[in-house]
Design a protein around this ligand. Structure first.
Ligand code: SF4
Length: 811
């Protein structure tokens, strides 16, 4: 019997050519312990490429991968020649199922990269990463031809070529290996001048047997000092390009995933194919000992599932448990992760050691945290990570949960059913991780509720998934992690009880009852006296044994769902005590009359969304599970709110008309989507504490507020654009209103996008996201509108400006 693999492989390094035209003296392939390159064919054979592509394709189908990355590597891959590179690209593209995106890259020293190769890569969609160690002095220190000549001029020529408008989109970034004898300022300036989209600063490979170079007077942590000098410049310049090492520290300090295999606790998902068809582990292991990366497997005899079960790969997928005792006890382990696996090697203890760069890593992480690297307290971090998977390459990387095309689709405001489902999966993983962290922090060990939830998670995962997809499951964890101990542990017991009821296996769990109600998330509530009730899930229902011995077997107040056209349902959440997580007070349990009102309004609003916002409706259907009724606001003011720590729910006070409800649903669901995106990616500098004016508000807000508002108004603008098109050629009040609203919101949204773009506080991915938003706004600006609509928009705008100024003055 085969065992299920814990983590599918999603990154494949394919050795196209095993030799190199440079003779860099720090190269791990030729200059370190492993000498396997000597016996390998120089060029990979076509038959191996085709079989490898087939293996990747079957792995993608078996694990329903949404994206894989293939990096054509070497030696120097350009030595394989254009024809073989074309055949490799075509083989991988042809082998993948249509729903799996291929992120195809080549990593080269740049020496042979000319116009013909760039044209080929543009045609094949291959992104290009280049190794460059900095300015000429720095680069010449190691990266020379065998006869001692400098390679610097050739590499600069290659980078300039990639910066030409025609090829700029191919430029993935630069890889710079650190040498502490190089001046960090000169290196940074030289690299920044080349306008790379990303730079990876790599620690030179070393082990406890072959420790890294030290220089006299270099201090105790010279590599950290070097990197911190670069970090300060990078911050001062407004983070002009992505740097995975820095971004990973910023992210992990906030409890998010690392972006690089060399730091953090994320499982490795990388495999290497050599030119002879053998599978190897990460290339960096070549630095440890001769044969260290070997697996004994090859592409003809073994599948990628076989490879993923290899003990060496499994060891790099076991998180904290796979680290040395010293690392497990280390205060920065969640950011550091024990460093790169290869750097832990020592002849007598293998890889069961901290990194040989331990002191540097600790100083670097503490230094970045002290530089304001994190905007959140580092203390509370999950014990597991969300679906973000570390990746290799030079571009700011996308977790495997979301393909680049999906992020671009979201940036334009939309989100297909598949894309929103991918966001939902990443949110579910995040909820799991946060619950684990909150439970860990409670110090309760394997108490009954947690033990049951964990067991059901393995035995009846659909029951647990359904319960954890309840939007307020994460709300509880977030409150606990923020130090709100008043949130108690009862909600976790209630989640376990709801999972037990859904599993129906006869499991029992004690749940504390307060206020006369036992709440079972996703199901409803039962009236029982305060105290401890025991909930038992049975195949035919459930039993609640209350503190006074009474037994209940039915819900007094079930969670009610509204069935909408197309057969999907949305829950009207008016029971969960944790639903009070929105910016406005929530409504009490709806009366039957109110329920009828909501049912009719939601059905009508859903039909309008299908008609007026079809490109948004699909995503709403895939991701909106719950509407929480809010209390009405002042007369004439619509009230709605998403909650940052609750995915898949929008809070709304039922407005007077169905079109307004449709608009509020679309607006708030934009916040839900963007919140999930922000959980996966840093789109902006979280340390930026400046305030920004949104064109539609009198009060300035943090950058995330401006980003959220802009994103929500993409949907609003499209709604009015569709209504305007529907009224084409018609007169009347409704038509005039639609045109004026469209004129107003397209202008506001366009201004807001530019304000974001000019903030200087967007990351590389944030800039790309803003470009996506701009891509939706620009065509709207070109739609001709009657003069009267523009005048009316201008009048409203002036009035708002006036109110804004007045309010600011009063404040
Ligand atoms: S800083 Fe050192 S002890 Fe701490 S996790 Fe990293 S390598 Fe291990």
């Amino acid at each position: 019997m085969t065992t299920r693999i814990p983590v599918p492989l999603t990154q494949f390094v394919v050795k196209m050519h095993s030799r190199c035209d440079l003779a860099c003296d720090h190269c791990y392939v030729y200059e370190h312990a492993d000498s396997s390159w000597r016996s390998r064919p120089k060029v990979i054979a076509d038959g191996i490429l085709v079989k490898a592509a087939e293996r990747v394709g079957e792995h993608a189908v078996a694990h329903r991968l949404s994206a894989v990355r293939v990096v054509l590597h070497g030696g120097e891959p350009l030595l394989a020649g254009p024809d073989r590179l074309r055949r490799a690209a075509e083989a991988f593209r042809a082998a993948l199922p249509p729903e799996c995106a291929l992120d195809l890259r080549i990593h080269t020293n740049g020496v042979l990269l000319g116009r013909a190769y760039c044209a080929l890569f543009a045609e094949l969609g291959v992104k290009v990463g280049i190794s460059l160690d900095g300015d000429r002095v720095a680069n010449d220190r190691h990266r020379r031809f065998a006869d001692g000549r400098s390679s610097h001029p050739q590499v600069l020529r290659a980078v300039r070529l990639l910066n030409e408008p025609e090829y700029r989109h191919l430029f993935a970034g630069l890889l710079c290996t650190i040498d502490i004898e190089n001046d960090p300022v000169a290196v940074y300036r030289a690299l920044a001048e080349l306008r790379p989209p990303a730079v990876d600063f790599l620690l030179p490979h070393a082990t406890w047997e072959e420790p890294p170079k030290r220089v006299p007077g270099g201090g105790e942590a010279p590599y950290a000092d070097w990197l911190l000098a670069v970090h300060r410049l990078w911050e001062a310049d407004g983070r002009p390009f992505a740097v995975r090492t820095f971004e990973s520290v910023h992210r992990t300090l906030r409890g998010l995933s690392s972006l690089t295999e060399s730091m953090g606790l994320e499982p490795s998902d990388l495999a290497v194919l050599e030119t002879d068809g053998t599978f190897e582990q990460a290339d960096s292991l070549k630095t440890a000992y001769d044969g260290a990366p070997a697996t004994g497997m090859n592409v003809f005899a073994h599948s990628l599932d076989d490879l993923a079960r290899h003990p060496g790969i499994a060891a790099r997928q076991s998180g904290l448990a796979g680290l040395s005792a010293a690392c497990r006890a280390c205060p920065v382990v969640r950011s550091c992760g024990g460093g790169l696996y290869a750097h832990r090697y020592r002849a007598d203890t293998g890889f069961d050691n901290p990194s040989v760069y331990c002191g540097d890593l600790m100083t670097l992480i503490n230094g970045i945290a002290g530089d304001g690297g994190s905007s959140a307290a580092p203390a509370a971090v999950p014990t597991a990570v969300p679906a973000a998977v570390p990746a290799q390459g030079a571009e700011p990387l996308l977790p495997a949960a979301l393909a680049p095309a999906q992020l671009d689709e979201l940036a334009r405001g939309y989100g297909s059913a598949d894309t929103v489902a991918a966001l939902g999966r990443s949110q579910l993983a995040l909820t799991r991780a946060m619950l684990a962290a909150a439970w860990d922090a409670s110090g309760q060990g394997r108490a009954q509720a947690w033990a049951l939830l964990s067991e059901l998670d393995g035995a009846v995962p659909t029951a647990v998934d359904t319960v954890l997809a309840h939007p307020y499951a994460r709300t509880w964890a977030a409150r606990r992690l923020a130090g709100d101990l008043a949130a108690g542990l009862g909600p976790l017991a209630a989640l376990a009880a709801a999972a037990a009821v859904r599993a129906g296996r006869g499991d029992a769990v004690a749940v504390p009852v307060r206020g006369g109600w036992l709440h079972l998330p996703t199901l409803g509530r039962v009236a029982v006296p305060d105290g401890e009730a025991v909930v038992t899930g049975r195949a035919d229902g459930f039993e609640v044994r209350a503190a006074d011995g009474s037994v209940r077997t039915a819900l007094d107040q079930p969670l009610r769902r509204v069935r909408l056209a197309g057969g999907w349902t949305v829950a009207l959440e008016d029971l969960d005590p944790l639903r009070d997580s929105h910016d406005h007070p929530v409504a009490e349990r709806l009366s039957e009359t109110e329920l009828l009102g909501w049912t009719g309004a939601l059905r009508e609003a859903w039909e309008l969304l299908g008609r007026d916002l079809p490109a948004y409706a699909e995503g709403i259907r895939a991701g909106l599970g719950t509407v929480t009724p809010l209390r009405s606001g002042p007369v004439g003011r619509d009230v709605s709110s998403a909650a940052r720590q609750a995915y898949g729910v929008v809070g709304i006070a039922r407005p007077a008309t169905a079109p307004t409800l449709a608009l509020l649903l679309a607006h708030e669901f934009q916040h839900v989507k963007l919140g999930a995106v922000l959980d996966l990616f840093d789109l902006h500098d979280r340390a930026d504490d400046r305030l920004y004016f949104a064109p539609w508000r009198p009060d300035p807000r943090p950058l995330e507020g401006l980003l959220q508002g802009t994103y929500a108004h993409l949907a609003v603008t499209e709604y009015w654009g569709t209504r305007t098109a529907a009224y084409d050629g018609l007169a009347g009040e409704a038509a005039a209103r639609a045109r004026a609203q469209f004129a107003l919101w397209r202008r506001y949204t366009a201004e807001a996008v530019e304000r974001l773009a000019e903030s200087g506080a967007l990351t590389g991915l944030g800039v790309r996201f803003a470009e996506g938003m701009r891509g939706s706004v620009e065509p709207w600006l070109a739609v001709p509108l009657p003069e009267a609509a523009e005048r009316e928009a201008e009048r409203v705008r002036r009035e708002r400006d006036e109110h804004g100024r007045l309010r600011s003055v009063e404040a």
